[in-house]
Design a binder for this molecule. Structure first.
Ligand code: PGA
Length: 223
């Protein structure tokens, strides 16, 4: 099972250092199935037992892109894993930009956690699968370092996860399109994680709020 933590705009360099120390100690040995996405100012240079990933990047090595983060900056911290298409970032850019990020990350061999998910209107109109298929049309579903995270927008940060029957339907559909590991994300917490992980085709979780405190993230990992 893959356990990924998206810390979003939380934690400073100082607090993430402590977070990482505790997590490193708990994990004990290098584990590729635990991924943490800290804010970029908190990236750590030292080797960790978990995979450190970038919440965002600009599809360039370096260049005249004010305020952005290129490959050169990720390289400095040994970062080889990126999050692409999170709904909180999709709100800021278009599909073409997401495709450019995917293509760049693939070209440079990054592990890619690619997020997709529908809003409540789409779900209520019965168009979920069609919508998700469209979101996947711009990427290479055979890329060997791809992980897909299904994160219905209505469940992100709301405290209410999607119903496991709905998750099951979507993961079944996604599994028919790709061999990539499939994660679920959206209000995963200690009360629902067991049920979510037991859904057919569920290969792990992407956790936001419930992973902000390292002790809570560890509890979720330990099950
Ligand atoms: P949440 O966030 O667990 O707080 O709902 C998940 C995510 O946005 O990746």
């Amino acid at each position: 099972m893959i356990f990924a933590a998206n810390l979003k705009c939380n934690h400073t360099r100082a607090s993430f250092k402590i977070y990482a120390e505790i997590l490193n100690k708990t994990i004990g040995v290098k584990c590729d199935d635990i991924i943490v996405f800290p804010p970029s100012v908190a990236f750590l240079e030292k080797e960790n037992n978990f995979i450190q990933g970038a919440q965002n990047f600009y599809p360039c090595v370096n260049g005249a892109f004010t305020g952005e983060l290129g490959k050169e900056h990720l390289d400095e911290f040994g970062i080889k894993c990126v999050l692409i298409g999170h709904s909180e970032r999709r709100a800021l850019g278009d599909e073409e930009f997401i495709k450019a990020k995917f293509d760049f990350a693939k070209e440079h061999g990054y592990k890619i956690v690619f997020c997709i998910g529908e809003n409540l209107d789409t779900k209520n109109s019965g168009k979920t699968l069609e919508f998700l298929k469209k979101q996947l049309e711009i990427i290479d579903l055979n890329y060997e370092r791809l992980i897909i995270a299904y994160e219905p927008i209505y469940s992100i940060g709301t405290g209410v996860s999607a119903q496991s029957t709905d998750i099951a339907k979507v993961l079944e559909f996604l599994a028919s399109l790709t061999k990539a590991p499939l994660l679920y994300g959206g209000s995963v917490n200690e009360n629902n994680i067991k049920e979510i992980l037991s859904v057919n085709h569920c290969g792990g979780v992407l956790i936001g709020s419930a992973a902000l405190k390292v002790e809570n993230f560890i509890k979720l990992i330990k099950g």
